[in-house]
Design a protein around this ligand. Sequence first.
Ligand SMILES: Nc1ncnc2c1ncn2[C@@H]1O[C@H](COP(=O)(O)OP(=O)(O)OP(=O)(O)O)[C@@H](O)[C@H]1O
Ligand SMILES: [Mg+2]
Length: 474
Amino acid sequence: MKDTVLKYAKSLRARIFVIVLLVGLVPIFLMKHLILENYEELAAQQKSTLIQNQCQQIVDQVGSSGYIRNVGNRQVDRQLTQLANIYNGRVIIVNTNFRIVRDTYEIDEDKVIISEEVLQCFLGTDSTNYNPDDEFLELTLPVNDPGTGQIEGIMIVSVTTQDVKDGKDALGNTVLILQIVLTLLIFVAAYYVARVLTKPFGKITQSLAGMRGNVSEQEIAIPDYTETKLLADAYNQMLHRLKVQEDSRQEFVSNVSHELKTPITSMKVLADSLLAQDEVPNELYKEFMADIAEEIDRENKIISDLLSLVKMDRRSSDVNIQETNINDLIELLLKRLRPIAATKDVDLVFDDFKPVVAEVDETKLALALSNLVENGIKYNQDNGWVHISLNVDNKYFYVKVEDSGIGIPPEDQENIFERFYRVDKSHSREIGGTGLGLAITRSAVLMHHGAIDVSSTEGEGTTFTVRIPLKFTP
Ligand SMILES: Nc1ncnc2c1ncn2[C@@H]1O[C@H](COP(=O)(O)OP(=O)(O)OP(=O)(O)O)[C@@H](O)[C@H]1O
Ligand SMILES: [Mg+2]
């Protein structure tokens, strides 16, 4: 158990570690790509705007100086060369016949150039082309005749973008260092978070592993988060219930042993005293044998009561629910008890106000009600009475067993349903009870999802009220 929990806590920690790592690292790696792409685009755009501004001035001069028609204006030539040098590029001037009239590289002069960009430019659309793979930027600008305003040629400027690439590489290195630092930080954070989150599980494991043998009294405290506190509380409650159960089980076992031993001890004493005498008078022999037979009956009753209780405790497994006429059921059990009542001159009266038919386990309910009436007779005075009444509403039927007996002291009333509990042990023993009757009754009533109540005044009498649903719900 401990090993399994430990293994589980470890694998949980590993999973939290990986999740935090992934959540942290994915944005970092995406960040590099995004930053560099953005930088490149922005840098190329800035460069092209800058060049475009400078070119525009020169283009205006080329136009106003009539350079295209009259190639060779030195000042303009110098400016063109200067522009090409500044940007480590090339400047080409094309006339309306698509012929190159000036090339700062001086290799393509007099050649014809027809390209998409050139044609578009003659139609009035200047263009900027950035080619990051070949690392150059190309601009096409129309040259206008200031007099007519007509396009009389175009200027093509192509410059290297090596500086953009260099800038991008430098930035890439910085971002890489940042990535390494952040990755390390996230590793540490992931490890820390995983540890902190799984720490309470470690505590639970240790608490559980620290328990040995029978149900422990060690409660656990994990106040780390509300959830773990609730978990610990639920666990402690369960522990408490187990302890109560264990205590009641132990008490029950010791009570059972004691109760079973008592008749046997009496029988042994009776038998031994008979054996110790050589000549036993017949009457004494008979008297002792009668006592032994009584003790055997007593033992028998305890065992059959215990069996009834065990059966009842197993709950729905062996219930036998049938539509039963409750009036008949009570009549029948009173008929069986009348002879016992007669020995004490106790009057048994049954008032049934309405006919009642309900879904019940006939045997178990009869046993439950018999125990109540039997108690009413047993704990009564001579010439007393026991009144049994049956009533019904649309959901439940009610059986009331009222007697004119000795009553039950208030402090005992809540305990009388416990197994083996008797109010006045010596007196009850004389009357011949084992203290299982009401426990059986309560189990049977609860099995029917009903309720039982007692009210009593010492010296006046006791009333038990039983409420059982008409329809049985399993
Ligand atoms: N009607 C009653 N009037 C007075 N005391 C009662 C009455 N019913 C029960 N008691 C008290 O409650 C105790 C428990 O009753 P319960 O029926 O469980 O056991 P019991 O009658 O002693 O034994 P048995 O197992 O034979 O019924 C009794 O010993 C008695 O002291
Ligand atoms: Mg009883």
